[in-house]
Design a protein around this ligand. Structure first.
Ligand code: IMP
Ligand code: MG
Length: 176
């Protein structure tokens, strides 16, 4: 058990399991993107560790950039998406893979995908470490998802609770 700010969390997904599940989606991405030189776009802050581990399992040439968008405050989604750090590269004609830590309501991705298409991307797919299918509010096509979890709040492996707890190598779930 760990304590972050006012909450306690229990071990939920071990680093070994995370590594196995990332290896599995990396194999699919390797099969689909050989020769396409895609542009990966990591979403800050949450996806920084997932992106770092994922790209080291990719065996084709690719570029990685980051953007920072936010729909979350504390433990609740706010329903609106703010672009805090924008993309600085031209994505016209590029095959884009968004690298996202976790899809909860789907609000963030349902705004970002059309934005990238409107900027001229040839294709846009999502690679997510985690997804809570029970909380999805909008239809979303997630081509690569490493793990599906129930509707619980989690921290670690890049995910935070009010900006703390990103450093844990394993993933923890909030205690009721
Ligand atoms: P959505 O827009 O509701 O899909 O929310 C996605 C974003 O909310 C993710 O990129 C995370 O930054 C954050 N988020 C969603 N669920 C959790 C969680 O359980 N722990 C920490 N952050 C979360
Ligand atoms: Mg995120």
């Amino acid at each position: 058990m760990i304590q972050i700010l006012d909450k306690q969390f229990d071990l939920f997904i071990t680093r070994e399991q995370i590594d196995r599940d990332i290896t599995a989606i990396a194999e699919k991405i390797n099969a689909d993107y050989a020769e396409r030189k895609p542009l990966l776009i990591g979403t800050l802050n949450g996806a920084f560790i997932f992106a770092a581990d994922l790209v080291r399992k990719l065996n084709f040439e690719h570029e990685i950039q980051f953007t920072k968008i936010s729909s979350y405050d504390g433990m609740d989604t706010t329903g609106e998406v703010k672009e805090l750090i924008g993309l600085t590269v031209d994505i016209t004609g590029r095959d884009v893979i968004i690298v996202e830590d976790i899809i909860d309501t789907g609000t963030t991705m349902s705004h970002l995908v059309p934005q990238l298409k409107a900027k001229g991307a040839r294709s846009v797919e999502i690679a997510a470490l985690l997804m809570k299918p029970g909380k999805l509010k909008v239809p979303l096509d997630v081509k690569y998802c490493a793990m599906e979890i129930p509707n619980e709040f989690i921290v670690g492996y890049g995910l935070d609770y009010d900006n703390y707890g990103r450093n844990y190598a394993d993933i923890y779930v909030v205690k009721e």
